[in-house]
Design a protein around this ligand. Sequence first.
Ligand SMILES: NC(=O)c1ccc[n+]([C@@H]2O[C@H](COP(=O)([O-])OP(=O)(O)OC[C@H]3O[C@@H](n4cnc5c(N)ncnc54)[C@H](OP(=O)(O)O)[C@@H]3O)[C@@H](O)[C@H]2O)c1
Length: 439
Amino acid sequence: MVVQQEQQRAQSPGGLQQTVRLYTSPSDMAKEGTEIAEETEQMIDQKEPDNPVSAVVDSKEMRAVLLTGFGGLNKLKVTKKPMPEPQRGEVKIRVKACGLNFLDLMVRQGNIDNPPKTPLVPGFECAGIVESVGENTEGFEIGDRVMAFVNYSAWAEVVCTPLDFVHKIPDDMTFPEAAAFSMNFVAAYMMLFEVANLREGMSVLVHSAGGAVGQAVAQLCSTVPNVTVFGTASPFKHEAIQHSVTHLFDRNLDYVPEVKKISPDGVDIVLDCLCGENTGKGLTLLKPMGTYILYGSSNMVTGETKSFFSFAKSWWQVEKVNPIKLYEENKVIAGFSLLNLLFKQGGCNQVKAAVQKLLSLYEQKKIKPVVDSLWALEEVKEAMQRIHDRGNIGKLILDVEKSPTPLMANDSTETSEAGEEEEEQEEDNDNKERMPFIQ
Ligand SMILES: NC(=O)c1ccc[n+]([C@@H]2O[C@H](COP(=O)([O-])OP(=O)(O)OC[C@H]3O[C@@H](n4cnc5c(N)ncnc54)[C@H](OP(=O)(O)O)[C@@H]3O)[C@@H](O)[C@H]2O)c1
């Protein structure tokens, strides 16, 4: 069981002092969200309700996080949206917890290929209880506890998604754990076991080892005998995660000579979510018959808004790969995108199979999602800031039933009326967002 601690203050490396509940144990997408967006969206006054759920009395409406346009944190707000109803083959889920992924920061910035149109409700995964089902949804009943992938629109009180993307969860899996499970563990599992064929005695290099995917990779590696995991992470995380990684390096140092000191031949698998110069380094470190997988481009995020300079720099630094060299050196280079596999390439059966294997490992207590912290929907900006600040160990969860932590008097996240007034206040709000908020 994840152990919930008292609310406590966490000082993030970027200096934002936060009050969070910490859990320490182990372009066509988005149509649905955009279509139901209404100009008449009403901001929810966050100060009034102690329990935000009680604020929703009209069952024709629900609360959701809305991304009003690409950019900084001030582009996010909580709104009321029309209640979605399940279509044929869809399951309607009363959401309890949503996963916040690094990719959500990139979506917010518009820092992805073929970004969808805004406004949209972000979020790709959630967990909750089946509230109703559309026609042709055999296998699911009202009351089932489930986790689901959603093609955007997950950060809401209610979500409708095709049953192919919905998975029942074990009775003892909490909703935050379930929301921390799908994306990270499925991506980690498919990369390690289906793309790279991880086997006994192999070695793996993973970046952001303390992050949500990083911790899933480390746990899955521990299910195979004698696997050596090399990880990079910010130094302040090392104490907390050293048990999960065989050799841990400061992310600021050049890890290539460090890895070579320990393993002169290099490693069997490189998992690169940073991109840029790490591609060349990863290929250098690869043993013959080794596999390099690119699955993210975190390096493109260098601030709150998209930086064209970082984008260009990252792509400029990517090693030009010569296929003839790959053949001569016996190296495999691969890419992996779970969301594209699911939503664009019809891979839901492959994903289902992976989920079943992962749930079996969970039931055998071999893996367990690491939840970093829980946040109310209204706290999504602070939650994202925690990732920008590199403060998280494991996964951040939006807890739909959590009340927002009371804010300082001049706090920024008090929402304004929509419209021009809000635009005028945005600059002020930016400054206020960086004020510490304490209980
Ligand atoms: N392809 C797929 O299917 C797939 C699926 C899920 C995730 N991903 C990718 O995997 C990576 C990890 O995702 P995640 O959701 O688990 O996030 P995460 O690792 O929890 O992300 C936060 C951590 O990333 C590290 N980081 C690296 N560059 C950063 C930057 N520019 N700004 C802030 N933090 C940075 C920081 O850790 P340190 O400071 O300790 O390094 C930070 O604490 C992301 O690149 C994501 O896009 C890909």
